[in-house]
Write a protein that binds this ligand. Structure first.
Ligand code: 6GU
Length: 290
């Protein structure tokens, strides 16, 4: 998978050199390129922002510099993919439906192509614009993004990017404005770190244990909408606190039952709205007493 990140603070992305993501980059599973937006300015002050039309506080990021940056990155990626992938007539039209399957902008072989070593990536990336005004970034969206061959993250600062930039590229490729939660950050950089880590760990071979992502909280499947319960390791007694006896029992059935009970209890306590959304058909008589 190729990831391009554009920001006026490329230094924010040094964490991508370490840990799971850093190793995936070394192995070639992930091709991450961080770009300085100011490299596409032409004035001596490298201006990226201006006052908002209509008045109001703060500054808005100028469309021209974003257009030059995104055009250059798309041209570079298209060249890297070779002429066969360039200007493909199979490019999907823009999607007006944010919840639609991950097909936008993908030329053959589409988002299910192997992350590396496969046929050429499409001529255009899927563009992600982090903003507190966006749709919520969820595990489902992380999985959708993990199936894309090429993502471009456009990090806004100040009051955001001139809206015509999203309109311009949205006419030619998929553009998603995504928020990582109901609070306001100073810019999109930290949100992009969050999204890249959530997506990166889903790529084949990035997690050490292939089972690790399967029973994640929010992963699809039987435990969907259940938070993970508490975990313990040795020693069996620490500062007088004992590991629950059932976990030492060796009874796999009882252990599975206990874990499910704990997951339900934790979900009800910490995320009542998630607990309310659990399909009653997936609960049994025992669950209902909890
Ligand atoms: Cl994606 N960006 C910013 N600036 N603030 C946020 C956010 C994103 N998600 C939540 N708050």
């Amino acid at each position: 998978m190729r990831l391009d990140i554009v920001s006026i603070f490329p230094e924010y992305f040094s964490p991508l050199d370490v840990s799971l993501i850093g190793k995936a980059r070394e192995r070639g599973t992930l091709d991450v390129r961080v770009h300085q937006l100011r490299d596409w300015t032409h004035d001596v002050h490298k201006t990226v922002d201006d006052t908002p039309y209509g008045g109001g506080p703060g500054m808005v990021m100028k469309p021209e510099v974003w257009g030059e940056a995104i055009d250059a990155i798309i041209a570079d990626g298209a060249a890297a993919n070779g002429p066969a992938a360039d200007a493909s007539p199979t490019d999907a039209p823009p999607t007006g439906s944010p919840g639609a399957p991950a097909t936008g902008g993908s030329a053959a072989p589409g988002p299910t192509a192997p992350a590396t070593g496969g046929p050429a990536a499409p001529a255009t990336p899927r563009i992600i614009v982090p903003t507190p005004s966006g749709r919520p970034f969820t595990q489902e969206i992380a999985q959708e993004l993990a199936a894309e061959p090429w993502l471009l993250f456009a990090c806004g600062r100040y009051e955001g990017i001139d809206s015509r930039v999203m309109r311009e590229y949205g006419a030619r490729m998929r553009v998603d404005e995504l928020s990582i939660g109901d609070y306001v950050l100073a810019g999109g950089e930290v949100a992009v770190l969050v999204m890249v880590e959530a997506v990166g760990r889903l790529l084949p071979g990035v997690l050490g244990n292939v089972h690790s992502a399967v029973d994640d909280s929010f992963a699809p499947g039987a435990m969907r909408n259940l938070l993970e319960g508490p975990v313990y390791t040795k020693p069996p007694v620490w500062r007088g606190h004992e590991v629950p006896e059932v976990l030492l029992s060796g009874h796999h059935g009882r252990i599975a039952r206990w874990r499910r009970d704990e997951a339900l209890r934790r979900t009800v306590a910490n995320r009542p709205e998630l607990a309310a959304a659990i399909d009653p058909e997936t609960l049994d008589k025992h669950d209902r007493k909890l």
